[in-house]
Ligand binder design. Structure first.
Ligand SMILES: [Zn+2]
Length: 481
């Protein structure tokens, strides 16, 4: 049976007696590329696909935006570009995450457990799975680590018409201390090129994997998509020095902005505590159907939907977003008071709740705001909409870092945010601005789509959320290294 593609994961083999429970999490994945790899023209979002993946710690419904080239003279006309991150989650057609497969493989081959034992272990971790599926996934694991690359004829057939490979490298470690399952795959075709389980993940180990893949490919590598881990970055730098290394800006910024994100999350938590009173107000309205009650319900709903709208690092600022929405609600209530003189009792309660909550958390927000201000400026330079040369981008970034260093602040939190940002930047620096590139590298293009999301300051939130989501997928997968 083929490992990936085709319909190797036949419905029959994966049959379940019970329907799957509701997904516990939704995630939107969008392709990082907005330009066609072949002709360079803009790619349009042509369709969406939905798939649900069971990972070790969640049941996630993935919504995938699929782009297509609309240029009839292009070799990629009407071919689908699926989000690069899709392969992080699961094999094509697979219902279980790669992390589950990695764990099954580790339990079998490192800990010598039997299939029933592995099954029990997974159930104990609340992974709903049948014993037969464990057997099937174990077979997937075995195929993963043995078959690929040896099947040259198949690789040629899949990759020659495509003409190039966008290489992604993912490391999956089910538990600390376990071996890491390294998966190297091609993004456009979804083909797994090589998978290897390694106890250590030194730069030399990873470089060897990259060399092995490179040597066996019938087509050139046009881009690399990886995590920001040092050993990976160095290995790519060594083996594929001239190949644009995508995604590292996302990972870089996520790491650099971590204290900002943490501060935002903390402030959000504090504000949420103050808004618990929303539930009794809603309950008091349950039996009423009059127009006033409907209006009050509208306000309550606005609070509630803001409370559940979570973002992901680095640019999502979900706390600030909550604070802004609550401030806007308060302003709206105030204007009602001005017009009508008086609010209904319930809205008076809401008004005082919002006022109290915003006052109580006021001191927390200013650091978060300043922190994000810097992060957005950094992201804006990296997005390079002005299409500057690499050296000019680098210079602008250096200027930004200099002015960041000049900030004098009495706030310890803000100082930590800025120091961390500069420290992480220094460690990523060699890979951030590529000296030999003539064209704008892929990472900058990837940022292009993102710019729209924060160019309007903290306003155009929804769009940002969806754009950020795709690059943060792996941060949601705890198993990722
Ligand atoms: Zn095209």
């Amino acid at each position: 049976m083929r490992l990936v593609h085709g319909n190797s994961f036949s419905k029959e083999a994966m049959a379940r007696k019970h329907s799957r429970p509701e997904a516990t999490q939704q995630c939107l994945l969008v392709p990082l590329h907005e330009q066609c790899w072949e002709c360079g023209k803009r790619l349009w979002v042509a369709s969406s696909a939905v798939r649900t993946v069971t990972t070790l710690d969640r049941l996630c419904q993935l919504t995938l935006k699929i782009r297509r080239c609309q240029n009839p003279s292009c070799g990629w006309y009407h071919r689908s570009y699926r989000p690069e991150e899709e392969g992080h989650w699961a094999l094509p057609h697979g219902e279980f995450g790669l992390d589950v497969i990695a764990l099954i493989g580790a339990l079998r081959y490192t800990h010598h457990r039997s299939v029933p034992e592995i099954h029990r272990e997974l159930l104990a971790r609340s992974v709903l799975i049948s014993e037969r599926t464990v057997t099937n996934l174990l077979a997937r694991y075995e195929e993963l680590v043995t078959l690929h690359l040896t099947d040259q004829a198949r690789l040629r057939q899949r990759l020659l018409p495509q003409g190039f490979v966008i290489l992604a490298l993912d490391g999956l470690q089910p538990d600390v201390g376990h071996e890491v399952l390294w998966v190297l795959r091609d993004c456009p075709s979804g083909e797994v090129l090589l998978a290897r389980s390694l106890l250590s993940a030194s730069e030399a180990d990873l470089a060897a994997l990259l060399r092995e893949v490179q040597a066996s490919l019938p087509v050139p590598i046009r881009g690399v998509v990886t995590d920001g881990q040092h050993s990976i970055r160095n290995a790519v730098q060594t083996v594929l020095p001239d190949i644009p290394h995508q995604l590292c800006h996302f990972h870089y910024l996520r790491e650099a902005a971590k204290p900002v994100y943490e501060a935002d999350r903390h402030a959000k938590k504090e504000l949420k505590k103050q808004l618990r009173g929303i539930r009794p107000i809603e309950r008091g309205l349950e039996k009423r159907t009059d127009t006033e009650a409907q209006a009050i319900r509208g306000y309550c709903l606005a609070v509630r939907s803001a409370l559940t709208d979570d973002g992901r690092p680095p640019l999502s600022a979900s706390g600030l977003k909550l604070q802004e929405r609550m401030t806007a609600l308060l302003a709206s209530l105030t204007s009602v008071v001005e017009k009508r003189g008086r609010l209904p009792r319930e809205l008076e309660r809401l008004q005082s709740m919002l006022t109290k909550g915003l006052m109580a958390t006021r001191s927390l927000w200013s650091d978060v705001q300043t922190g994000y201000h810097w992060v957005y400026r950094a992201a804006h330079i990296l997005s390079n909409d002005e299409k500057l040369k690499g050296a000019q981008v680098r210079q602008r970034y250096e200027e930004l870092l200099d002015s960041m260093a000049d900030v004098s602040t009495s706030s310890e939190a803000l100082a930590t945010m800025l120091t961390t940002f500069r420290k992480v930047t220094a460690s990523y620096w060699p890979g951030l601005f590529h000296p030999k590139r003539r064209r704008m590298p892929l990472p900058f293009q990837a940022w292009g789509g993102m710019r729209r999301s924060f160019v309007g300051g903290l306003g155009g939130i929804r769009r940002r959320h969806s754009l950020i989501c795709s690059c943060i997928v792996d941060s949601q997968m705890k198993t990722m290294v």
